[in-house]
Write a protein that binds this ligand. Structure first.
Ligand code: ADP
Ligand code: MG
Length: 240
């Protein structure tokens, strides 16, 4: 369970996030939907304690990411676009290395890494150095790494950026599997269809503020639109 309350962040003259609040429940996929520059990454970065908010609170399973980040991050797996993987390590070594950083024993690290390589169908990749991996292959490796400590909550910042159709489908299937296993899944996107295809709950964000939240159906109904895309455009104040 992820909760953010009244988060604010300013960069010089730019008020990037202005009082954002929402909750993302376990066993649900929640989409943070907004155009470029809306404040999605800034909000998520406060959630995984890369940025300190000017005001507000971010809780991972009730633990403050602002005041107890180390403890809070134990319950969180993060996939951000900055996620660099080590090119000279194999996919398997990349995941094992993260397991060690999280303090897993050697046996547990191996067990967990092998399970993830299996889950993500990475048999062909496991022993290859990450140098030269395609976008989709890098994404799988980064995902395995993000999940190695078995976090209950998973946050992904625009995970489908730059992926081909097959990789997007594989990612969707994986997020659904995480949901079925009871995880809290929160991801950001500027692509409406992406969110419509996957999300149980949507939080629409524009200019640093939450414009609407609820199920896709509720948002469509509230905006009086048949299509979520029309509702989205209307909410963010774009052309009709
Ligand atoms: P999104 O992820 O929704 O595209 P961001 O959270 O990256 O939006 O950015 C929100 C706003 O904050 C933008 O105007 C962006 O230029 C600004 N911003 C984000 N990070 C920084 C930073 N480190 N320094 C200055 N401005 C930033
Ligand atoms: Mg972003």
């Amino acid at each position: 369970m992820i909760e953010v309350r009244g988060l604010c962040k300013r960069f010089g003259p730019v008020q990037a996030v202005r009082g954002v609040s929402f909750a993302a429940a376990d066993g649900r996929i929640t989409g943070l939907l907004g155009p470029n520059g809306a404040g999605k990454s800034t909000t998520l970065r406060m959630l995984y304690a890369v940025l300190r908010p000017d005001a507000g609170e971010a809780l991972i399973d009730g633990v403050s990411a602002v005041h107890a980040p180390r403890q809070a991050l134990r319950g969180l797996g993060v996939l951000s676009h900055a996620a660099g993987i080590y090119p000279n390590l194999t996919a398997r070594e990349n995941v094992l290395y993260f397991a060690a950083l999280h303090g897993l024993s050697r046996a547990a690290a191996r067990r967990r890494t092998d399970a993830l390589l299996e889950l993500l169908e990475m048999h062909d990749l496991a022993g290859r150095r990450a140098k030269g991996f395609s976008q989709g292959e890098r994404l799988k490796t980064a995902l395995a790494r993000a999940l190695v400590h078995e976090p209950r909550n998973v946050v992904l910042d625009e995970p489908t950026n730059g992926l081909d159709v097959m990789a997007v489908r594989a990612l969707r299937a994986l997020l659904r599997r995480l949901r079925e296993a009871g995880h809290c899944v929160l991801f950001s996107s500027h692509v409406m269809q992406e969110v419509a295809a996957l999300c149980d709950e949507v939080v629409v964000i524009g200019a640093g503020a939450v414009l609407a939240s609820g199920t896709p159906e509720a948002i469509r109904a509230r905006a009086g639109c048949a299509a979520l895309e029309d509702a989205f455009v209307q909410l963010i104040g774009g052309p009709a």
